[in-house]
Design a protein around this ligand. Structure first.
Ligand code: 5GP
Length: 188
């Protein structure tokens, strides 16, 4: 996606350990116009796929996911990182965070993810695929089906993309980063 790639090259910053900082248009301040274009591109790429629900993980996945859900006219469900005391029928999965170097639980209520529901997972980044695997685990526990996974940015120098595609999952990434060596962002 041309506009996204140009913006990454213009505003993306490299941090240590292969982390890309895009917090002036995706992760903190959000460029709503660009995010809507991102959502339209996801809808185009998953055209023809039956989708009952868009799912994501808080917090950064919520912006693209809600816009995709709006365009598709389906609900959006986000996994929470803290178990709320009011939640019924908790489904939990442990996820290792690449950026924070520690594990945490993600959870959803089984009230909102049902057997047979076809889910499109949307997230901001694909690195090693741990968040995605956690969502696959939650969907499996609920008996729901993941029909596709869309990422705003995939880092091809980490192994999440290969891992998910080898599972036969339809993965779409709108910008693929080949490397960020010496603070130079190289896009595919
Ligand atoms: P994974 O679970 O695929 O290893 O990592 C994906 C999650 O970690 C994303 O939801 C995102 O929040 C975070 N993440 C991974 N790599 C980056 C990165 O380079 N920059 C930012 N801002 N977040 C990242």
């Amino acid at each position: 996606m041309k506009a996204l790639k140009e913006r990454i090259l213009q505003d993306g910053r490299c941090l240590e350990g292969g982390v890309l900082k895009v917090d002036n248009f995706i992760n903190h301040q959000i460029d709503a116009t660009l995010m809507m274009e991102i959502a339209k591109e996801f809808v185009r790429r998953f055209e023809g796929t039956a989708i009952d629900k868009v799912i994501t993980v808080e917090a950064s996945g919520i912006a693209p996911a809600i816009m995709v859900a709006n365009l598709l006219g389906v609900p959006m469900l986000f996994a929470k990182k803290k178990v709320p005391s009011t939640m019924n029928g908790i489904l939990k999965s442990e996820v290792f965070s690449f950026t924070k170097s520690r594990s945490y639980n993600i959870c959803i209520s089984d009230e909102f993810l049902k057997k047979g529901e076809k889910c499109l997972f949307i997230d901001d980044f694909l690195a090693n695929g741990n968040a995605a695997l956690g969502m696959i685990d939650l969907a499996t526990q609920a008996g729901a089906e993941i029909v596709g996974m869309g990422f705003v940015i995939e880092k091809a120098f980490q192994n999440g993309g290969e891992l998910l595609r080898n599972k036969g999952i339809h993965v779409e990434s709108l910008a693929i980063i080949e490397s960020i060596e010496n603070c130079r962002i190289k896009l595919k």
